[in-house]
Ligand binder design. Structure first.
Ligand code: NAP
Length: 256
């Protein structure tokens, strides 16, 4: 082993993942468990979280389920306090929970706008704040937010989503400045289209998928493990010096 190769493992670290019932959140939760982490699998429904906990424990990992709705600050605080009470520590937050939908700007309603902002931006902030209160007390922690390539470039029919994720990037930068000196790094992963339950309907349409793939220089949409790899990097010793970054996992979409 070389002293110049940092660890990519998270042995015994307590990791919270929001929106872990399915898609990227579930995949990241399972991937982090495989690096040795104790995963707090959070979902709106405790029953959904327990399904993922069972999958992780069946695979030999450690996990516990919690109900956490990121649109309720009360729910966030209750879950985070319970996680700390159960495990005695909280090392990493993966703020993944989010919504996405295609809608032309002329058809955007107040309800659509508010739902995107509440889940993708406000929810991520108050979850990060609740977790950081414990991390700052311990003098160490990592926050990784799941942003999107739509935070960096315009994508037609995504005005509320793009605005929420652009705001998320700015949240990451400000928190990195405030919490970095206190031992807590804050970064985001910005994926391109990843095939998940949230995008399946759109990507199963061959015309839509072809238009998407045309924009991705590596020639295909991403997989959940592409996001997991970036999260593991940012959450582990390997990412210790990274703070305030928006790490694209987009096959080159935003390089154009
Ligand atoms: P998904 O399959 O639709 O899953 C979304 C997850 O978020 C579900 O677990 C859902 O829980 C949860 N969620 C929604 N509202 C919530 C709330 N109020 N409180 C707690 N959890 C909530 O989505 P995905 O594709 O995996 O996307 C996950 C994240 O990656 C999102 O932030 C998304 O914007 C981002 N992202 C995705 C892509 C992509 O192409 N897939 C690309 C870039 C960024 P329920 O099961 O309870 O609904």
């Amino acid at each position: 082993m070389s002293e110049h190769l940092p660890s990519f493992r998270l042995d015994d670290q307590v990791v919270v993942v929001t929106g872990a019932s399915r898609g990227i959140g579930r995949g990241v939760a399972e991937g982090l468990a495989a690096t040795g982490a104790i995963v707090a699998v959070t979902a709106r429904s405790l029953a959904d979280a327990e399904v993922v906990v069972a999958a992780i424990t069946d695979a030999g990992g450690r996990a516990r389920g919690y109900a956490l709705d990121v649109t309720s600050i009360e729910s966030i605080n209750m879950a985070v306090d319970q996680i700390v009470a159960d495990h005695g520590r909280l090392d990493v937050l993966v703020a993944n929970a989010g919504l996405g939908a295609n809608l032309p700007a002329l058809e955007v309603t107040e309800e659509h706008w508010d739902s995107m902002m509440d889940a993708n931006l406000k929810g991520a902030f108050f979850t990060a704040q609740a977790c950081a209160r414990h991390m700052v007390g311990a003098g160490a922690g990592r926050v990784v937010a799941i942003s999107s390539q739509a935070s960096l470039v315009g994508i037609t029919d995504h005005v509320a989503y793009s605005s929420s994720k652009g705001g998320l990037n700015q949240m990451v930068r400000v928190l990195a400045l405030e919490w970095g000196p206190l031992g807590v790094t804050v970064n985001a992963v910005a994926p391109t289209f990843i095939y998940t339950p949230g995008t399946a309907e759109r990507l199963d349409d061959p015309d839509y998928r072809a238009k998407v793939v045309e924009r991705i220089p590596v020639g295909d949409v991403g997989e959940i493990k592409d996001v997991t790899g970036a999260v593991v990097y940012l959450a582990s010793e390997a990412g210790a010096m990274v703070n305030g970054s928006i790490l694209t996992v987009d096959g080159g979409w935003t390089a154009q």
